[in-house]
Design a protein around this ligand. Structure first.
Ligand code: APR
Length: 232
């Protein structure tokens, strides 16, 4: 019986691919008020600004590649059942080889109806800009398939169930400051818990017993974790 590893990842796992994190200095929100470019109120207030912001973020995806941390997470699938619960909207886990990825905050590669997000979802090549007047199949304005502040997180229950059934739980590269994703750490009943982050987040003490902090960047920390978990 293969053991189950569940990862909870954040922007830190993609940092070494050149994707800016949100809350480190000079983070993604540089120059933008997050409420203007990543909230449902911002969409109602200025949809064109949001479409332009996400067109830029989508285009940036064309010049980034998975890093050794993404590949190390995928490599664990050789020995374990691996589920990756990610807050990231990039597709670097999938491109790094992970086959079971749950996106909590949506995906830059997809667009959807602005009338009912969970319908008319489709993949749109990164190079195609999002413009006012672009229509979803239901006739509504096409929008990024992203969970904005103020919107529901449709995959949170599925993620909770996965974390609660993990034998090993690994948090990589998240400041754990955004709910409900941050609360997933309390669902862990795993025999082994790890956190990989050069700046160990504040909540680490609240994970309870048997937490191992690997205070390193994702690529180095995942190399260390592979040593531990891939031993015969
Ligand atoms: N390797 C590992 N961790 C890193 C690295 C690295 N190379 N560089 C930075 N980090 C860590 C930081 O120390 C921090 O704990 O990654 C974390 C990044 O935190 P945030 O920028 O807050 O990103 P994240 O936790 O993913 O944000 C959650 O907030 O804005 C919303 O929807 C957005 O999904 C995002 C959510």
């Amino acid at each position: 019986m293969r053991k189950k590893i569940v990862f909870l990842t954040g922007a830190g796992v993609s940092a070494e691919s050149g994707v800016p994190t949100f809350r480190d200095s000079g983070g993604l929100w540089e120059g933008y008020n997050v409420e203007d470019v990543a909230s449902i109120e911002g969409w109602y207030r200025n949809p064109k600004l949001m479409l332009d912001f996400y067109t830029d973020r989508r285009r940036a995806m064309m010049s980034v590649e998975p890093n050794a941390a993404h590949r190390a997470i995928a490599k664990l699938e050789e020995k374990y059942d691996v589920v990756v619960v990610t807050q990231n909207v990039d597709d670097l886990h999938e491109r790094g080889g992970s086959t079971n990825v749950i996106h909590l905050h949506g995906e830059l590669a997809k667009v959807c109806s602005s009338r009912d997000k969970e319908t008319c979802i489709k993949v749109l090549p990164y190079e195609i800009p999002l413009k006012m007047g672009d229509k979803a199949d239901d006739g509504s304005q096409l929008r990024p398939y992203i969970v904005w502040f103020g919107e529901a997180v449709p995959n949170i229950q599925r993620a909770l169930e996965e974390v609660a059934s993990a034998d090993i739980f690994v948090v990589v590269g998240t400041s754990m400051q955004v709910q409900p994703a941050a609360s997933l750490i309390f669902a862990s009943r795993a025999e082994q818990n790890y956190i990989i982050d050069p700046n160990t987040p504040r909540e680490v003490g609240r994970l309870g017993v048997n937490i191992r902090v690997i205070q390193k960047k994702a690529t180095e920390g995942m190399a260390e974790l592979l040593e531990i978990l891939m031993q015969p």
